[in-house]
Design a protein around this ligand. Structure first.
Ligand SMILES: Nc1ncnc2c1ncn2[C@@H]1O[C@H](COP(=O)(O)OP(=O)(O)OP(=O)(O)O)[C@@H](O)[C@H]1O
Ligand SMILES: [Mg+2]
Length: 487
């Protein structure tokens, strides 16, 4: 299907999220949509998929003007979108969810539906278990399910907004090969919104670049990364060297920690982490790293063993007690666990503060919020609600909510959804906290990030911490083999 966007404008108050954008997309091709955080990518794609209306401008499908009152109407016309953050996921089984998405054919019986879904799952090499409940699925599995729904709904155009953040390498490979098949064999049109230039190079045929709401460039792919980066930021961002740091006393000690959850048992974790140290947890998704972080945060109680922070035993502490003692946890699911979509930035700030007064001094709180917003360069106002921020700015907000003087910071996929410049900047902010003696423990699906940012790396597979290595002594390939469980 041929897709054309003509002079699309969308303003949010003063913010020109989309400022006169025109692009034309051919069937059978995969397009990359690039741009720094807040550039207007999601806004444009939400307009194309019927999620929100443009202020002015036209959408043409096969050269005919169309107007969608809802995402369902857009899907009816062949446009399907995978959103940056999975929207509300009701706790139904996959099959119910699938039926919900197809209420025009409610008379379908279960057996037909199962056959239809299985056919699609097999054709594209997906692995989602259709009898599972949605809330037990990983992000990557939910995404596959969502694709199945779009495929069954007759989508001709697939819009993927940062689809590889938070999914495993295997799931990414499955996703990419299904996208290639859809475009190059079946003539569908694909749009990939991404910050990962290597992925754009790997998958796309052509890329568009947005900056501050405007289309500032485009190129066929392959194209040198530097050229894309220059279009994205207007210049090639410079990187500062990471300075060596003298580690202090033990900040966090894990002694014979055993954790048992319904999904996985994590056994016999022994690790001493020093003040100022950065530890990366490497492993495939669901290998135990996330469970360990939640245990240190006090969200899960270990079955046995000890969690000691700055000499204090916090093994049986609640999340709130650990938090007040200086253990901060940043969850991966920004709008599910970390932030509350309809609360303002000031309200988030108040919730994150360790002590509360009986009466809230709102003007003062607003002032504090403002200075944090400035420090963390969050594009938004104290009154903005979390869901009004772009994905990358939501991520910045999570960091802005971290109080000073923490003992341990636990980060799940800390730079998920950030552009390269923001990523470097966030890490600089985190390194600056080493001066406070803060130890950092983070997990990431990005092996390059783990290698580059950690002092030491703890490798996880199947709930076992198989080894701890110095980051300077391993290569990406070696690390890849280690997390795959090989020597
Ligand atoms: N519902 C909204 N209300 C107010 N402002 C909004 C809303 N949605 C988006 N914006 C603003 O529009 C601008 C563009 O946001 P958009 O989400 O399109 O960026 P993006 O390119 O997807 O960024 P990211 O890479 O961070 O996801 C941002 O400044 C954002 O704060
Ligand atoms: Mg976005």
């Amino acid at each position: 299907m041929h897709v054309e966007l003509k002079e699309i404008r969308k303003y949010f108050g003063e913010v020109k999220a989309n400022d006169n954008i025109s692009v034309s997309l051919e069937p059978g091709k995969i397009y990359g949509l690039l741009g720094e955080n807040g550039a207007g990518k999601s806004t444009l794609m939400k307009i194309l998929s019927g999620y929100q209306p443009q202020d002015s401008g036209e959408i043409l499908l096969d050269h005919k003007a169309v107007d969608f009152p809802s995402p369902a109407a857009a899907l009816g016309a062949g446009l399907g979108m995978l959103y940056q953050d999975p929207l509300d996921i009701p706790p139904f089984s996959i099959i119910d969810n699938y039926l919900l998405g197809r209420d025009n054919r409610l008379s379908l019986d279960y057996r037909t539906v199962i056959a239809e879904m299985n056919e699609i799952i097999t054709r594209y090499g997906f692995e989602a278990d259709i009898h599972a409940h949605i809330d037990t699925l990983s992000l990557g599995e939910r995404q596959q399910l969502e694709l199945v729904r779009l495929l069954a709904g007759g989508a001709q155009v697939f819009i993927l907004d940062e689809p590889t953040t938070g999914i495993s390498v295997e799931q990414k490979d499955v996703l990419f090969s299904s996208m290639r098949k859809l475009a190059h064999e079946e003539g569908k049109t694909i749009i990939l919104v991404s910050h990962k230039l290597d992925e754009v190079q790997e998958l796309c045929d052509h890329a568009f670049v947005l900056r501050r709401g405007k289309l500032v460039g485009q190129s066929t792919i392959p194209c040198p990364n530097e050229k894309l980066v220059e279009m994205m930021f207007g210049q090639v961002p410079t990187r500062r060297e990471r300075l060596p740091f003298d580690l202090g006393n033990p900040a966090l000690e894990l002694i014979n920690v055993n954790i048992s959850t319904y999904r996985l048992n994590v056994s016999n974790i022994n690790l001493q982490i020093f003040a100022g140290e950065v530890i990366g947890l490497a492993g495939l998704e669901g290998s135990g790293q996330g469970i360990l972080l939640r245990t240190i945060a006090g969200l899960i109680q270990p079955e046995s063993g000890q969690v000691v922070v700055s000499g204090q035993d916090l093994t049986k502490s609640s999340y709130h007690k650990s938090r007040n003692f200086g253990v901060a946890y940043c969850a991966a699911g920004r709008l599910e666990e970390g932030l509350v979509s309809k609360l303002s930035l000031t309200e988030h700030m108040l919730l994150a503060e360790p002590t509360h007064t009986f009466m809230i001094d709102w003007p003062a709180a607003r002032e504090r919020t403002n200075s944090r917003i400035e420090q963390y360069q969050v594009v938004g106002q104290p009154e903005s609600t979390a869901d009004q921020l772009s994905g990358g700015n939501q991520q910045r907000l999570l960091f802005a909510l971290l109080n000073p003087g923490l003992k341990v910071i636990l980060l799940e996929h800390p730079t998920r959804g950030l552009d390269v410049r923001s990523m470097d900047w966030i890490w600089e902010q985190m390194y600056a906290r080493r001066e406070d003696g803060t130890a950092l423990v983070f997990m990431s699906a990005d092996l390059d990030e783990i290698l580059e940012r950690s002092d030491r790396i703890a490798v996880f597979s199947g709930g076992v911490m198989s080894r701890v290595v110095n980051a300077s002594e391993v290569s990406v390939d070696q690390l890849g083999h280690m997390i795959g469980g090989q020597a």
